[in-house]
Design a protein around this ligand. Structure first.
Ligand SMILES: Cc1cc2nc3c(=O)[nH]c(=O)nc-3n(C[C@H](O)[C@H](O)[C@H](O)COP(=O)(O)O)c2cc1C
Length: 157
């Protein structure tokens, strides 16, 4: 099985886009992720796959906590920025409208939803780690979702 065949097939699986945010010694940090899924409702658990080379993944493993901001269609530029494809965000997130969660980690304003998470397990899985976390705070927002499908951003009306 060719890796490219797998990538091409998985590109046809539509999914939401989030920013996973963390606190590091150098300031706040975040990455764009499309691997977040709900695992359990009671207790509330989710998982996210984080690349081995990612600075955010290292902070998630070290600090055992992170937040999730579920992006809307109008936030495509933020998805690009937190994926390293547009100007980097500074450690104080001065250019990104945000508030701090109860855990002191940033949550992006005007998102479709927000989650505050505590890591309970990290499992190595190929070139990623699967991070399973308990959800301590969850809040729904508004707005049309940002959807990744066929390597392009879409939305529903
Ligand atoms: C649409 C999209 C989805 C992504 N999904 C993930 C993901 O689920 N997990 C991951 O580790 N990286 C994912 N990435 C790549 C990271 O956002 C990117 O490597 C980022 O620059 C890592 O930043 P960091 O090293 O500061 O943590 C995705 C990128 C894009 C554009």
């Amino acid at each position: 099985m060719q890796s490219q065949d797998f990538r091409d097939a998985m590109a046809k699986l539509a999914g939401g886009v989030v920013v996973v945010s963390v606190r590091t010694a150098e300031g706040y940090r975040g990455l764009t992720a499309s691997t977040l899924i709900s695992v359990s409702a009671d207790p509330p658990l989710l998982l996210v796959g984080l690349e081995h080379g990612s600075i955010t993944r290292q902070a998630v493993v070290d600090t055992r906590e992170f937040n999730v901001s579920v992006l809307t269609r109008t936030q495509e530029f933020l998805a690009e920025r937190f994926a390293g494809r547009a100007p980097a965000v500074d450690g104080k997130w001065r250019e990104v409208r945000h508030r701090l969660g109860t855990n002191g980690i940033p949550l992006i304003e005007d998102c479709a939803a927000w989650l505050e998470c505590e890591v309970i397990a990290v499992h190595p899985a190929g070139d990623h780690d699967v991070c399973i976390a308990g959800v301590k705070v969850a809040q729904a927002g508004t707005g049309n979702p940002l959807i990744l499908w066929d390597r392009t951003f879409w939305t529903i009306q």
